[in-house]
Design a protein around this ligand. Structure first.
Ligand SMILES: *Cc1c(COP(=O)(O)O)cnc(C)c1O
Ligand code: SF4
Length: 357
């Protein structure tokens, strides 16, 4: 059996298995016993957890918490709202649409790691939202909609599918004349790097004018290992671009030091930071959420000017009407008819002529 399948088959998803990796606290044990929630991870990702620290950034993404029962601010039926499933346009369950030229195409509800902060929790983790993910039905819808030029394949985690299924998806999408690019959203380079096998690379690699982009999700520098570095290099070698979409998580990556280190370390393994998301108001994840401004402050204090410009992600708030960027607001200090006054990351000020239109 391939290593990645072995990892999935040996998924750490029982209390007994978890105890092989960490000293489970009584609170963690209660959450696992009491909550009706899907949880679990790969033995590989589990081995990155600190044995004796319940605040370990990897552990908090893996092990359920009683705090998931608290829900003061989460929006009920979050995914229905977020993915515009209640609009007039009739679409298959697998197609989420917020934009004219691109869609998110859900092909599975399975993941290698069931992230505690997942905004698609209702579907993936709590499983109280019942949807049908029929790939052929989704493909037919995309074929009929000539305005769609970019398809973002998501889940769950689409790289949990077999090579054959992934090959089929890519082949069918590339046969559609209006599709110009294909994206995969997958956490496998981080939680199951073994998935980037020679077989998968063969599926992804032949040159084609319709490029493939992968966006993974890495939230803390601890998640990046030599295995991840090799998996990413493998993807790049077959012409697949790799980006990161982090989630801003309270107590995990919301301090200057961790935030900067995360983005520097991503570049060191050739992953280009793409987005940092505000932690969405899905039910049961209040305890992961920071104030909205926090992400922009971190870009200001940890990234812009402080390190390589390529390390800079865009900070966005994902909403039902699309992603809304939030940038630090200090750059333009003043504007007169004659000139702009601009401020840099150190607080130094400069001027630039205001050229009339
Ligand atoms: C995030 C998302 C996209 C892609 O957005 P980009 O800003 O182009 O990365 C497309 N459709 C939906 C429904 C999305 O949530
Ligand atoms: S891999 Fe993505 S879809 Fe799956 S649980 Fe994590 S955040 Fe949610």
């Amino acid at each position: 059996m391939e290593k990645w399948m072995e990892q999935l088959q040996n998924s750490v998803n029982t209390l007994r298995r978890l105890k092989e990796f960490i000293n489970v606290t009584s609170e963690e044990e209660k959450a696992i016993t009491d909550l009706d929630t899907k949880w679990g991870t790969t033995p590989y990702f589990a081995s990155l957890m600190a044995r004796d620290d319940p605040d370990c950034p990897v552990r908090r993404q893996v092990v359920p918490s009683m705090k998931e029962k608290e829900n003061r601010y989460g929006i009920p039926n979050y995914l229905i709202w977020k993915e515009n499933r209640a609009t007039d346009e009739v679409r298959p369950d697998s197609i989420a649409r917020q934009y004219y030229d691109r869609i998110a195409f859900t092909v599975t509800d399975m993941c290698a790691n069931y992230c505690r902060h997942c905004f698609r929790k209702e579907l993936v983790v709590d499983r109280d939202l019942k949807l049908r993910f029929d790939v052929e039905e989704g493909l037919a819808w995309i074929r009929e909609h000539e305005e769609i030029r970019d398809v973002l394949i998501t889940g769950g985690d689409p790289f949990i599918l077999s090579d054959d299924k992934i090959e089929h998806l890519i082949r069918k999408l590339r046969e559609i004349p209006h599709i110009e690019m294909i994206r995969f959203g997958t956490r496998t380079p981080i939680v199951l790097p073994h998935r980037i096998t020679d077989g998968l690379k063969k599926t992804l690699s032949p040159y084609h004018k319709v490029p493939i982009w992968v966006n993974t999700q890495c939230n803390h520098p601890k998640e990046i290992t030599e295995k991840t570095a090799q998996a990413v290099y493998g993807l790049l070698c077959c012409g697949v671009n790799v980006g990161n979409q982090a989630v801003l998580l309270k107590g995990i990556n919301d301090d200057v030091k961790t935030f900067r280190e995360l983005h520097q370390k991503l570049l060191s393994v050739r992953i280009r930071p793409y987005y940092v998301f505000y932690c969405e108001p899905a039910p049961g994840i209040d305890h992961f959420r920071t104030p909205v401004e926090k992400g922009a402050e971190l870009i200001r204090d940890a990234i812009r000017g402080h390190t390589t410009g390529l390390a800079q992600p865009m900070y966005v708030i994902a909403t039902n009407i699309g992603k809304i960027p939030l940038v630090p607001d200090y750059y333009i200090v003043n504007k007169t008819e004659k000139e702009y006054t601009l401020k840099n990351y150190k607080g130094e000020v400069t001027t630039l002529p205001n050229i009339p239109e």
